[in-house]
Design a protein around this ligand. Structure first.
Ligand code: KG4
Ligand code: ZN
Length: 341
């Protein structure tokens, strides 16, 4: 501690799905350390996340990860140096959430440091602040991942309004199911993204619900249409299925759907700033298309770097720290379906 200015340090813990991730940030929102233990290689063989395996792997990973993060952050006396512990307590997988939340609660008790629950989606909303600390509400936040497709109006930090969501599959789920059908493995997003970089959008796919003025999505319909197209193409081309063109067409259709509903959200609210987060926000075509969309509308776009689009402890620490600043920390039970609205 000698020579170091005493700062308000927040420890953020994320374990809602298949990433164990821990971070330490200071009150100027500088990241002192962040480490993530990904379980993807262990779930890959099953073609998706196995909840029981996920919680067991969080248990194995969490304490060594915590030691590593504290050492990297230069924290030697956590009970004196850590000022707040924030952990995701929902939504997510019950067994996974319990590991992070109960570890955080135990540390809070043992170190005598306050604890706050963080809603995972509020965490995603805060991910963009790691890149740009000056983002201020109101803004629209697009959360697109394996489990979520939400357009949120952030009226203020702590005041969120759900403008629209999906009727069925999340957008990342459509990437993953399409990839599974094509035999490309799990997770599907990164593989389809890579393939699409070599293809052309040669085909036409439907854009479900795009002709309505409602902010709502149906990615199950798009997934089924793409699988049907792939089946037809298999009959025509056999082994030489034009995978890259199929992937490009799929991604471009996803971009069309997302931008058409974001346009409605901008029109409805008059807000001129967009932030994005969630695994699908790492997609090259999505990033390029949203950049183009915002430039044309004269709107600002804040995108976290790709590795911060997926689940991470930094976003949880940020959301927890802001809740503390507002005097709104919460200690709730672990809740797999905790709603932010
Ligand atoms: O945010 P995340 O790590 O976990 C949750 O689902 O909360 O997102 C994972 C999802 C998966 O569906 C994965 O296929 C998708 O994000 N994803 C991508 C890309 N990277 C990950 N989708 C499209 N393009 C990518 N580059
Ligand atoms: Zn997430």
């Amino acid at each position: 501690m000698e020579g170091r200015q005493v700062k308000f340090l927040t420890l953020g813990i994320e374990s809602s799905c298949d990433d164990t991730s821990i971070a330490v940030i200071d009150e100027d929102l500088n990241v002192l350390a962040e480490k993530t233990a990904s379980q993807i290689d262990n779930h890959k063989i099953f073609g998706g996340v196995i909840p029981e395996l996920a919680s067991r792997m969080h248990q194995e990973a969490i304490m060594p990860l915590l030691d590593d993060v504290l050492i990297t952050a230069g924290v030697t006396e956590p009970s004196r140096e850590i000022s707040l512990i924030a952990a995701t307590t929902g939504p997510g997988l019950m067994g996974s959430l319990l590991v992070g939340a109960m570890t955080a609660r135990a540390l809070s008790y043992g170190w005598g440091v306050p604890f706050t629950s963080v809603n995972h989606l509020e965490g995603h909303i805060f991910a963009a602040l790691e890149e740009n600390k000056d983002i201020s509400p109101p803004f629209i936040s697009l959360i697109i991942s394996g489990g979520h497709t939400e357009i949120v109006l952030v009226r203020d930090f702590g005041k969120y309004e759900l403008l629209g969501t999906t009727r069925d599959d999340a957008v990342g789920e459509a990437f993953d199911k399409l990839s599974k059908f094509l035999g490309l493995g799990y997770p599907g997003g990164p593989v389809i993204d890579k393939l699409a970089s070599e293809g052309k959008a040669k085909y036409t796919l439907p854009t479900p619900l795009c002709d309505t003025r409602e902010i709502e999505f149906s990615f199950s319909g798009l997934k089924t249409a793409t699988i049907n197209l792939a089946t037809q193409l298999k009959e025509e081309f056999g082994e030489n299925l034009p995978l890259a063109d199929l992937a490009t067409t799929f991604q471009e259709t996803v971009c069309k759907i997302l931008t058409s509903k974001l346009a409605l959200a901008f029109d409805k609210t008059g807000v001129k700033t967009l932030t994005i987060s969630g695994g699908v926000a790492a997609n090259s075509a999505v990033r390029a298309s949203l950049q183009d969309f915002c430039t044309k509308r004269g709107s600002a776009l804040h995108m976290p770097k790709k590795q911060l689009c997926t689940d991470n402890g930094i976003m949880i620490a940020l959301a927890g720290y802001f809740a503390h600043k507002r005097g709104e920390t919460v200690q709730n039970r672990v809740s797999p379906s905790w709603s932010l609205w």
